[in-house]
Design a protein around this ligand. Sequence first.
Ligand code: H79
Length: 415
Amino acid sequence: MTELEYLQRVTATRPQRMRWWREARFGMFIHWGLYSQLGRHEWAMNRERIPVAEYEQLADTWHPAERPAREWARLAVRAGMKYMVMTTKHHEGFCLWNTRQTDYNAMKHGPGRDLVREFVEACREFGLRVGFYYSLMDWHHPDGANCARDEAARRRFLDFTQGCVRELCSNYGKVDILWYDVAWPLQTAELWESVKMNTMVRELQPDIIINNRSLLDEDFGTPEEHVTPEMAGRDWEACMTFNGSWGYMPSAIDWHSVREVISMLRTAAGGQGNLLLNIGPRPDGSVPEEAYQRLIPVGQWISQNGEALYGLVDRADGRMESMPTGGWTLKGHTAYYWCHRWPGRELAIGGLQTEVLRASLLATGQPITFEQTENRLVLKDLPESSPDRIAGVTVIKLECASEPRQVLGMGCVVL
Ligand code: H79
């Protein structure tokens, strides 16, 4: 198959394949590997120049508890997440599944079992979609670096890579997402044989969704550590650490707050994107308390306000203005105003280009009285302080006569 034929086929099936993902909005990223034992960021091997032979010893000292993936899945459901993506192999090269491509895997070392299988089973048990993260870059494989200079090494490394990906797409039933990372050191999709590799993936998993990190655009873009919408028409998912480190790192103490997570969700949904929020479990697989303290309230908040988040939203960025008191998500004729700085008894919104038919508090359904004059909507008789007790983010639902649009210039009249 030529690249063009491949792209045509991928594009034609995208709307059906992506439907659940476009409605899901919120997923859990899990970074778990040998680096979790060091607790100094998943890049420790590279940043500290730990020799391969020394690092390898971590494979035999890793003894995870029984089925921690069930704990992640339970937490993900409570947090309002719809899918999970786990590192099957990070840059360190240690494979978490029972692979025939290398002995450097969980089955043959400390864990003594297939951690990917446990992950998949936990996803299924809790009704979550299954995502596999796979790092193309490999600091352990003998050809992982010299494949850029040595053609025989490249052939061996590609056979290894394709063998790994084939196993992941063959041995675990339906896989919903393939999340490649870091296409180093080969510089092009041709050198990685990405069309060939992803053609194989799609033959094995016809409905799979693939990210853009095998140097092909594929199904979605992956802004990392910032929630920035991609251009209209392009699916995207922001991946975010919770505390600045992907891998478990007890000294990383700058955790995003509940309010920040809700703000990320609003920016994602406002741009028709998703949020993949990371946890870095401890070596035994348990989830740090700080993640619980934030994800449980996030889930409670979503259980009251999910209508503003989930489902086929329209793009708000470019159509609505940014406001000092909050921001927007849109669905059809309905606008949701996520108010995170409560203004008091009245909330005025300028520049709405549509007639508001009904206003209400989303969490309770309580109607809000309002006056709408040209260019100005004033919501009245509101509580003195934000009614949302979980995070101080109150969503106001505005049902409108047409698709909402907001236009505000820089002056007091629109020129
Ligand atoms: O798996 C996570 C990261 O380890 C991986 N992608 C996410 C999902 C990633 N690999 N490379 N990068 C991200 C970008 C490289 C960042 C770096 Fe650094 C800057 C590597 C070294 C300096 C910051 C400081 C991150 C590691 C040390």
